[in-house]
Design a protein around this ligand. Sequence first.
Ligand SMILES: C[S@@+](CC[C@H](N)C(=O)[O-])C[C@H]1O[C@@H](n2cnc3c(N)ncnc32)[C@H](O)[C@@H]1O
Length: 218
Amino acid sequence: MKRKLIITDDGSHTFFIENLKENYHSTFGAVEEAIEVFIKSAFLFCKKKEISILEIGFGTGLNAYLTFLKNQELSKKIFYRGIELYPIPYNEIEKLNYSKIFFQKNADFFEKIHISEWNKKVEIDKNFFLEKMEINLENYKSDKKFDIIYFDAFAPDVQKEMWSSEIFQNLYNILNKNGILTTYSAKGLIKRRLKKIGFKLEFLKHPHKREMIRAIKN
Ligand SMILES: C[S@@+](CC[C@H](N)C(=O)[O-])C[C@H]1O[C@@H](n2cnc3c(N)ncnc32)[C@H](O)[C@@H]1O
């Protein structure tokens, strides 16, 4: 995958994938979007003291880093598993400005998240355990259940196989009761699929679009 670094409207970087003509984040603000869609709508919404999180599409590690930073205030016990088929090499990760511009106090942890070994549970700090798994989501059979799923795949128009009913059914099955799945997309087709599987849907304001989805397992 050939990636080009670009700056989004809030000053944070994202990557543009040339052959897909798709960005890793919203060009209106990568950090702003991640905070709204994943941190506020899922992580802060979950009231458990021990939280297991599954991220679909680990990519730049921005969502893991933001979750880690927020947890510096909350001190919950976090197990975070990020699934990724195409890990980004460290020489590209180093160019991202997330820790340099926005979160200098904990900059070292962005590096720690990235240099941690793949396919192994690693302690990032005493409250945050990370496991980056290099695997195709379509082949992922979970040995664990989760409280939260950050569903951050490329858009349905670009990678429709990631948004299939089978994938969402598998994700539903591996959520705990009252588990939460959030995603930036609120396409009609995706809403209908999630609803049919049994999720209760809430539509929240997205910073750069009309709405986004929070889906809850009953
Ligand atoms: C929209 S990007 C989001 C990345 C990430 N959440 C971030 O903040 O940088 C989607 C991610 O899904 C990954 N991906 C694409 N196909 C996949 C698959 N079949 N299984 C797992 N990950 C996949 C891509 O490589 C990419 O990193």
